[in-house]
Structures are given as structure tokens and as C-alpha cells.
Write a protein that binds this ligand. Structure first.
Ligand SMILES: Cc1cc2nc3c(=O)[nH]c(=O)nc-3n(C[C@H](O)[C@H](O)[C@H](O)COP(=O)(O)OP(=O)(O)OC[C@H]3O[C@@H](n4cnc5c(N)ncnc54)[C@H](O)[C@@H]3O)c2cc1C
Length: 408
């Protein structure tokens, strides 16, 4: 039996569901295929996202049961335990329960008529005359069936198996870091309205570690690293880091999840005939933090707008769908480039240099200057604004010299 939709979406994560929601709103017939039997499960993500980003997406305020905590800023720790904080006068970020968040987006999509097929794994794309015209999906482990559509939006996350069938190149293994996230209890002395970020090669080589407090002594603790065993690195970080171990020495791990993160920032081709890619599969992730929920959803909305134009024009050619890439680059290109440069700079620094930098930032009271840096998603533009401050200029020059002299 063959079914037909205007648009098939592969993956019921936040990006797939948000693309579907924004199409469903306009009466487009959308079917989402999700390989798991429940939306949002398993969750591998901390769910630390910016409030400004949620507002931008029209999702703020979220229902209170989804939001686990809100934060006024972040403490940055050097490998030796030096501290530098940025605190704002009102909450800038929140941590969401990703299972409930994903379900919430999917529920809204369903109210707009979007159909979800759970336990339905897309095995391959159906391609005819060079155009993607649907998918072959396996539902509940039964025979694979063909589902036809005018176009496909791929939101499969880091797996990239479907994307590769179009001949598009995906990120390579060099652009991935291995992430681990644990739910823990019995956390002591955590500042409940601040997120902790721990820099340094020794504990999280090539990326960083974090502690995101929730209520009742619980927290999400995680790290991502370019090399090393994430499970061992996490234990080492929790029980050996000079600051983290003080907060976590009595902590009990309730649950641990492992998942790769794309580093983002690269320009991948995101479209072909009848096909668009959104979210992690398209590397729409902040290279500085690995956060992909807000950026991916912003691009998912753009994808839905371009798909609507294609449906109206009955033109699914890569020429028309390429406007998606242009618009994403207009919105994110500059910020991703700046964030990638910052990420490279941080990754190139030795632990000693990171200790010096954190000490420098604390000494020069940079926290105050960076209070203007409220835009956590569009970090490139935020950096440009802060450059007007002489202190910030001195810091950039300082960072630049450190970068040039870094032990790569
Ligand atoms: C440890 C860790 C912590 C993170 N913390 C944060 C954070 O604090 N803030 C933040 O913004 N980002 C964070 N991220 C990144 C964030 O999780 C991703 O950027 C985000 O989930 C991307 O959404 P997505 O919809 O593109 O992909 P996903 O959320 O991965 O969803 C993809 C969906 O597609 C489904 N799927 C895959 N293949 C198929 C198929 N063939 N057929 C059917 N279904 C399929 C999967 O089951 C999945 O449900 C973190 C990531 C990790 C690993």
C-alpha cells in the first residue's frame, strides 16, 4: 500500500517537529517518521537553551512543567579552579526537560494536522528521475513500505544515513565530539541560578564540561570531548576536578546518556531536488557550545517557509530549494564563522593558557562588559557589539596573542 503526503519529515526531534508544525499551520499535509516508539525518548541532551531564542521561535513562555530551572548567567572555571562569572540582571537561559519539550512541539504539530508514525524507521529515500519523492519506511519491524511525497525534510540528527543517499556530503568524524550527560542527585553548593562551565584539555579535551543545576540538589552534569572515553572522562571530571569534585563528591548518578555532537560552523550543502536537511544532520549547531536546539529550529522554520514556496510553485528543484541555504547563511553565516574561530582558539589553548585567560577576565572585571553579550545564540553579532568597549578590545587583542602563541 502506498500513502501520500505533501511533505515527509524524517525524525521527530525538535527540528523535524518544528518544521512539520510550521508547515501544518498552513494546511500542508505532513507526515513525520520517528524510529522510536515515543517522542523525545531516549533523551541525550541537557536542554540548556536561551530564553531569547525561545521568544524568537514564538515558544516563550513554555509550560512550567517543561522548564526545570532558569539562569542569570554562567561561571567559567579554569582547569586549576580559577573562576570568572557573567551575571545578568534577569534570566537569560533555562534548562528544559528534553523529553517533555520534544513532546510539546510534536503535540502542537499534531493540532495542526501533522501525522506521526512512531516506531517507524526510514530505511531509504525514494528517488525518481533525480528527485526525492518519498521514503521507504519500516513500521514496527514489519515489511518496508513506500510513502510518497512531493518533498522530504531530513531531520534525522547526527546519524546522517538518509542524507548520504542524496549524494550530499555530511560532516566528517573530525567534526564530531563525543558527548555524555548524566542526571545526578546530592549535588552540594551549586549556585542554583548559574550554569557552571569547565574549560581545559585535561578534563574535556577539545571541548568542555558543564554542571546545570536543577532543584532539590539535582543537576545535569556532562561533557563533550574530541578524544578519550567519555564515561571515564566524566567520572574523572566529577571526582577529580578541583571545583566540580567539591560539588559532586557525594553525587549519585541516576542516568547516563552518550551521543555525538557535530561541532557545526561548516558550510555543508543542505538541499537537493525534493530534499532539505535541518538540525544536527545539517550541522546547525553552535561551534562554541554544541547547542543545536535553537539554531536548528530557526533553520527548520526557514525550511518550512521555503518548502511552502516550493509547494505553491509546484517546483521542487534544487534551484528553488537552494534559497533555503542562502537564507540560513544570511541568518547564521557570520555568527557561525565567528563562533568557529572562537572554538578553534579555545581548543588550541593549553590548560595553562586557559588558567591565565580566566584569571585575566576576572582581574579586568570583564563580566560587567560582557553583560551586553545577552545574545547567546547569535554570538558573532554580540561580540561585534561588545567590541565598542575598550576593555573588550584589550581582551580580544590579548586572546589573539594567546591564540598565536598557543600550543596546538
Ligand atoms: C550530551 C549532549 C548535550 C547537549 N546539550 C545541549 C544543550 O544543552 N542545548 C542545546 O541547544 N543543544 C544541546 N545538545 C545538542 C542537541 O541535542 C541537538 O542539537 C538537537 O537535539 C538537534 O535536534 P534534531 O531534531 O536535529 O536531532 P535529534 O534531536 O537528534 O532528533 C533526531 C530524531 O530523528 C530520529 N531518527 C534518526 N534517524 C531516523 C530514521 N532513519 N527514521 C526515523 N527516525 C529517525 C531519531 O530517533 C531522533 O528522534 C546536546 C547534545 C548532546 C549529545
Amino acid at each position: 500500500m502506498q500513502s501520500f503526503s505533501d511533505v515527509v519529515v524524517v525524525g521527530g526531534g525538535p527540528c523535524g517537529s518544528f518544521a512539520a508544525l510550521n508547515l501544518g499551520k498552513f494546511g500542508v499535509k505532513v507526515t513525520v517518521f520517528e524510529e522510536h516508539d515515543e517522542i523525545g525518548v531516549p533523551s541525550h541532551c541537557t536542554g540548556h537553551i536561551s530564553i531569547k531564542g525561545l521568544k524568537h521561535l514564538g515558544l516563550y513562555p513554555l509550560p512550567s512543567q517543561i522548564v526545570e530551572n532558569t539562569f542569570y548567567g554562567a561561571n567559567f572555571y579554569s582547569p586549576k579552579g580559577g573562576k570568572f562569572s557573567i551575571r545578568f540582571s534577569s534570566p537569560v537561559t533555562c534548562v528544559v526537560n528534553r523529553v517533555l519539550f520534544d513532546k510539546y512541539i510534536a503535540k502542537i504539530a499534531e493540532t495542526f494536522g501533522v501525522r506521526y508514525h512512531l516506531s517507524s524507521r526510514v530505511e531509504s529515500l525514494f528517488i525518481e528521475n533525480g528527485f526525492v519523492k518519498g521514503v521507504n519506511a519500516n513500521q514496527n519491524g514489519k515489511d518496508t513500505e513506500k510513502f510518497l511525497s512531493k518533498m522530504v525534510i531530513d531531520a534525522e540528527g547526527t546519524s546522517s544515513k538518509i542524507l548520504r543517499q542524496t549524494g550530499l556530503t555530511t560532516f566528517d568524524s573530525l567534526m564530531l565530539v563525543n558527548g555524555v550527560q548524566a542526571e545526578v542527585e546530592n549535588v552540594e553548593d551549586a549556585e542554583s541560578d548559574m550554569v557552571d562551565v569547565f574549560l581545559g584539555r585535561d578534563y574535556a579535551p577539545g571541548f568542555y564540561a558543564w554542571l546545570v543545576p536543577k532543584s532539590g540538589g539535582k543537576a545535569k552534569v556532562g561533557l563533550a570531548a574530541k578524544k578519550g572515553n567519555p564515561k571515564e572522562l566524566l567520572r574523572r571530571f566529577m571526582f577529580k576536578h578541583p571545583v566540580a569534585s567539591r560539588k559532586l563528591h557525594n553525587a549519585r548518578i541516576l542516568q547516563t546518556e552518550f551521543h555525538p555532537l557535530p561541532l557545526g560552523g561548516s558550510i555543508l550543502k543542505l538541499y537537493s531536488n525534493g530534499f532539505l536537511a535541518v538540525g544536527d544532520v545539517a550541522s546547525q549547531v553552535k561551534p562554541t557550545t554544541g547547542g543545536g536546539v535553537i539554531l536548528g529550529m530557526i533553520c527548520a522554520k526557514v525550511a518550512s517557509e521555503v518548502a511552502r514556496v516550493a509547494l505553491c510553485a509546484n517546483d521542487f528543484s534544487s534551484e528553488l530549494l537552494g534559497t533555503y541555504q542562502k537564507r540560513c547563511e544570511e541568518i547564521l553565516g557570520f555568527d557561525l564563522t565567528v563562533m568557529l574561530a572562537v572554538r578553534r582558539m579555545l581548543s588550541a589553548m593549553s590548560d595553562k593558557k586557559i588558567d591565565d585567560v580566566i584569571g585575566f577576565c576576572a582581574k579586568f572585571g570583564l563580566g560587567e562588559t560582557l553583560q551586553n553579550f545577552r545574545d547567546i545564540d547569535f554570538q558573532g553579532q554580540a561580540i561585534l557589539k561588545t567590541l565598542r568597549s575598550p576593555k573588550m578590545l584589550i581582551t580580544i587583542i590579548y586572546f589573539f596573542f594567546l591564540y598565536l602563541s598557543a600550543n596546538i
